[in-house]
Design a protein around this ligand. Structure first.
Ligand code: CO
Length: 210
């Protein structure tokens, strides 16, 4: 049997399990979605959004790409953020990186990566912005971990640069932006000690569109 066929078996079991818990589970879900959260994370197969947050279908709107980047010319992320903010009225936008991220690691070592070059450019820019701090870290592991964290913070700033987010901020005080890192070694989520609103105030005179 081809290995992918087991997915349909898994799916049937999952449906049975959900119906056993609540026979109206799918009927209720099919009506509407009203998630409170937009999660922007890495595509890494070891970091499944709903599972690590303990959230059910319908509770989180998810966007994933290599190294959880928010790039201003990426039509995909822009559409996701606009939809989440304007139509779903999410209260929280979470940018979640993870230690051991292959995309971030690649950015630490300059090399020709073909199609990935332009994508990794954004990570190299994060390195450049924080070069003084990063080059001051002698231990390679700690430096890698710190770049993961700084990338999450910079992508949160990129979220705030989006006009739809700013407009909603001024109208309602939401969404709140959260910088998180997931640890592959113990499964724990960590909230980074940075207030994105305060942090953004440093750059407000440059990026504020409202
Ligand atoms: Co990753």
């Amino acid at each position: 049997m081809e290995s992918y066929l087991k997915i349909f078996e898994n799916n049937k079991k999952w449906v049975q399990q959900k119906l056993a818990e609540d026979e109206l589970f799918f009927e209720k879900l099919a009506k509407d979605q009203t998630p409170d959260y937009l999660y922007i994370g890495c595509s890494d197969s070891r970091v499944p959004a709903n599972e690590i947050m303990g959230l059910e279908p319908g509770e989180v709107f998810v966007h994933r790409n290599v190294a959880n980047l928010v790039i201003s010319t990426d039509n995909n992320i822009n559409a996701v953020v606009q939809y989440a903010v304007e139509f779903l009225h999410v209260k929280h936008i979470i940018v979640c990186g993870h230690y051991g991220c292959g995309g971030v690691k690649a950015a630490l070592h300059p090399a020709d990566m073909g199609q990935l070059n332009s994508w990794l450019q954004t990570l190299r820019d994060v390195y450049r912005i924080h070069q003084a701090e990063l080059d001051g870290i002698a231990d390679d592991h700690l430096k890698f971990d710190r770049l993961v964290e700084l990338n999450v913070i910079e992508q949160c700033i990129n979220v705030v640069k989006i006009d739809h987010v700013q407009r909603k901020w001024y109208e309602t005080g939401y969404p709140k932006i959260h910088a998180w890192v997931y640890d592959l070694h113990n499964g724990l989520l960590k909230e980074l000690d940075v207030n994105i609103k305060d942090y953004f105030s440093k750059f407000r005179s440059i990026y504020d569109m409202m």
